[in-house]
Design a protein around this ligand. Structure first.
Ligand code: AMP
Length: 473
């Protein structure tokens, strides 16, 4: 089955007397960067579950009227990320079951759904062409319909879920948060006026005035109902946060594993400056993610920082597909070079990652077009050589530039004067945390959750290629 869970945002709130759907709207707004394809909120007043979801950005999906149509004291919300594998309203979350007794919002992906499928089959449930998230919801529903308490059902189904998941489940009485035993995708808890809030990233707490408590630990189930908050460790915990959260996904004002994302990205830049000394006139970031990296690089190297590329704030991946002529403009729809900064300069340009190389190639071309003398491309992560199965939409290995080319070949492909990647060791060191706390699969090919039937999609490198693995040439 093709994955359709993918990199997304979840947000949930339990609070008597709070306008929970409006707060969820603002929470999802703060998490918009994690998914721009569709958005949804479900709420309950204890008697009924209400849900509104549609394709588009949070601000396009909700208005005063739709928020008013979501009453109650519990709510869950979801932003879905745009992927090649199925788009539009069909896959918008929260997932609902037909009798509207359970809704579920999922960030992550299950590479293997064989166990869930055989469980459902054993109960006579046939769910064809549905997402991994819908299968989890369906499995929970089967057990609840048989009379099991929802918490018990979660514990029963947990071992059948092979992959990454930060999940929020809502019934008419309870809000449940659940994180896979490796904690691959983030999830945190906060307090608000006697109630509790859950969010993929801590940046969603500040706008609604919630106070951060802690992360939901890997393998933990947190239940909130009228009796308050209950925490249960339901599986052995081995923290393996996806390091790509620090590299690319998370907002700089979020904290992960107690570290500021901004601070870690700045360290990436400082580390890059230690690893590579380049004679250049100006250092510019590819906005937004690489801005703190370029600040760190500029501070450490003494080369002036400039915003040489300006990003349009309002271009997103939305359900409005640009027509072919406009799509051919590619990166120019998003980024404009500032000639007065770049012309006749030796430019260092920094981006967070190279995946297919489409963006970086166009950026190099654009910088030369406005008169750069040299373009030195720096990347604040090591080469991405392995596909992702845990919800970050990295393409199959055949499309990953660094899986198929050496660094010299990539440099030639991009047309840059030079190309340097942050070393693997340098990336880990910059986090200030131990390597064992991370899932680094897209760089190392080491996958903490067994890929089962998807294993055959990964090709490991021969010794000659391994020499290039950590970005040294
Ligand atoms: P590419 O053009 O395919 O090499 O993609 C690299 C660019 O996409 C970089 O500018 C990254 O900031 C960004 N990026 C990295 N990973 C992802 C992802 N999973 N989804 C969307 N964009 C990404």
């Amino acid at each position: 089955m093709k994955s359709i869970g993918e990199k997304c945002a979840v947000f949930g709130i339990y609070g008597k007397g709070l306008d929970v759907s409006r707060l969820t709207f603002f929470g999802l707004y703060a998490l918009q960067h994690r998914g721009q394809e569709s958005s949804g909120i479900a709420s309950t007043d204890g008697k009924e579950i209400f849900c509104h979801k549609n394709a588009g950005l949070v601000a396009q999906v909700f208005n005063e009227e739709t928020i008013k149509g979501l009453p109650g004291h519990i709510a869950v919300g979801h932003n879905r990320y745009s992927t090649s594998s199925g788009s539009g309203i069909k896959h918008a979350q929260p997932v609902e079951v037909e009798d509207k007794s359970i809704v579920l919002a999922h960030n992550g992906n299950l590479p293997s759904v064989i166990q869930l499928a055989s469980f459902l089959k054993s109960r006579g449930v046939v769910l064809s062409n549905v997402s991994d998230s819908a299968m989890i919801t369906g499995a929970l529903h089967v057990l609840v319909k048989e009379g099991m308490e929802i918490e018990k059902a979660v514990e029963e189904i947990f071992p059948l879920m092979t992959g990454s998941f930060s999940i929020l489940i809502m019934t008419k009485e309870k809000l449940i948060a659940l994180r896979d035993s490796f904690g691959i995708r983030p999830l945190s808890i906060a307090r608000l006026n006697g109630g509790y809030v859950f969010a993929s990233e801590t940046c969603a707490f500040h706008p609604i005035g919630a106070t951060y408590m802690r992360e939901v630990n890997p393998g933990e189930m947190v239940v909130v109902d009228e009796n308050g908050l209950k925490i249960k460790q339901i599986a052995e915990r081995t923290q393996k946060l996806d390091i790509f959260e620090f590299v690319y996904f998370s907002r700089p004002d979020s904290n992960l594993l107690g570290k500021s994302v901004y601070g870690v990205r700045k360290n990436f830049g400082i580390q890059l400056a230690k690893e590579y000394k380049i004679n250049a006139d100006v250092v510019i970031p590819v906005p937004e993610t690489a801005i703190p990296v370029a600040v760190g690089y500029a501070n450490a190297s003494g080369i002036p920082f400039e915003m040489g590329l300006i990003k349009s704030r309002y271009i997103h991946r939305t359900f409005i597909e640009p027509e072919q002529h406009i799509r051919d403009q590619g990166v120019k729809l998003k980024l404009a070079p500032l000639k007065e900064i770049i012309e006749n300069k030796r430019v260092i340009v920094i981006d967070d990652s190279i995946v297919r190389g489409t963006t970086s190639r166009q950026i190099v071309k654009m910088l030369f077009e406005v008169g750069a003398k040299e373009v030195h491309f720096l990347v604040s992560s090591p080469p991405v050589k392995f596909p992702d199965f845990y919800g970050i939409d990295l393409p199959n290995q055949g499309e990953l530039l660094a899986a198929n080319k050496t660094i010299e070949e990539i440099n030639t492909h991009l047309g840059s004067t030079s190309l340097r990647y942050l070393s693997y060791e340098g990336m880990i060191k910059s986090t200030g945390l131990d390597e064992s706390l991370f899932c680094t699969s897209c760089f190392t090919g080491q996958y903490p959750v067994d890929l089962r039937e998807r294993k055959r999609e990964v090709v490991y490198l021969n010794q000659a290629h391994k020499a290039h693995r950590y970005g040294k040439i």
